[in-house]
Ligand binder design. Structure first.
Ligand code: GLV
Length: 336
């Protein structure tokens, strides 16, 4: 193909090498190499110039950015399963295909949710700090850094989609009683694992571990508010690997500081990167991570390749495998 006739792609963050190679072989690509995400002013320019954008969750494609897009922009391909950073409704109206990367990150994310659950229960981060900072200068004692048991306890899963179900399978291996709450029942997981469908209130009251696996939507914003946190056991841990704003951090701080709950494991934050002054970071009963639940080399490679394949499909005039806004097909049918 003649280089000048190649479609132009803007990539807002260097993808894993395999995906970059695929894209380079097909398109003229420009990559943002800044340490912080590309500024909105730049996105406003790029949407007027390029045929496709590959992005990550730090880029806000709000109504203003989407509406500024020129008619040549046909796809925004997100390298993540969540896509709350993209105004999908506005994109649909403009005939812009939006895709995500579901499935490939399920097990890796569930691994991390469980790792965070274990680390929070058994105070792994505190223990690491204790030893490395030389605080372990007293003889071993029976009450040193005591944690909570995991095996045989009750886990409450909020959101029993792909990732929530994968967490449930891990919990089964730990002989846990599995409660779940969702807007839909998941009879398959009930049959497979003996999981019990219950109300959110009951789940919060009965669980030793509450783990969140819902997308961020207006309905899930601050789902874990003060009132709900107060329903949890004093010995319970809250684990969040979904999206930060699903938990009201101010209320969570109060809950942890005043010990109405025992601990929290947080991979996601209301504001990312998390503010160094965020009071949650000062608490020993918070195990913190920088939004890395899907972060294994293999999975991030698969996610990157999936986004690249979605982009290729869109620009080659096919329906992309992971189209989020199916209604867009009526606005702009696939075209070469
Ligand atoms: C990561 O947070 C994702 O949504 O894939």
């Amino acid at each position: 193909m003649n280089l000048t006739s190649r479609k132009k792609i803007y990539v807002t963050r260097e993808l894993l090498p395999e995906a970059m190679e695929i894209l380079k072989s097909k398109f003229k690509i420009e990559v943002w190499h800044g340490e912080t995400p590309p500024p909105k002013s730049l996105l406003l320019e790029k949407v007027k110039e390029v045929d496709g954008i590959i992005c990550v969750l730090t880029e806000k494609f709000d109504k203003e950015v989407i509406e500024a897009a020129g008619p040549q922009l046909r796809g925004i391909c997100q390298v993540a399963v969540g896509f709350d950073n993209i105004d999908v409704e506005a994109a649909t109206k403009k005939g812009i295909y939006v895709t995500n990367t579901p499935g490939v990150l399920t097990e890796t994310t569930a691994d991390f949710a469980f790792a965070l659950l274990m680390a929070t229960a058994r105070r792994v981060a505190e223990a690491d700090k204790y030893v490395k900072s030389g605080q372990w200068n007293v003889p071993w004692g029976l009450t040193m850094l005591l944690g909570q048991d995991v095996y045989g306890k009750t886990i409450g899963i909020i959101g029993i989609g792909r990732i929530g179900s994968a967490v449930a399978r891990r919990a089964k291996g730990f002989n846990m009683r599995i409660l779940y709450y969702d807007v839909f029942r998941n009879e398959q997981i009930e049959k497979e694992l003996g999981a019990e469908f219950t109300s959110l209130e009951n789940l919060l009251k009965e669980s030793d571990f509450v783990t969140i696996h819902v997308p961020l939507m207006p309905e899930t914003y601050h789902l874990m508010n003060e009132e709900r946190l107060r329903l949890m056991k004093r010995t319970a841990c809250l684990i969040n690997t979904s999206r930060g704003p699903v938990v009201d951090e101010k209320a969570l701080y109060k809950a942890l500081k005043e010990k109405w709950i025992w601990a929290a494991g947080l991979d996601v934050w209301e504001k990312e990167p998390v503010d160094p002054d965020n009071p949650l970071l000062k608490l020993d009963n918070v195990t913190a991570a920088p939004h890395i639940a899907s972060g294994s080399i293999a999975t991030r490679t698969k996610m990157s390749v999936m986004a690249a394949e979605n982009m290729i499909a869109i620009l080659e005039g096919r329906v992309p495998p992971n189209l989020v806004n199916k209604e867009v097909l009526k606005v702009r049918p696939p075209t070469k």
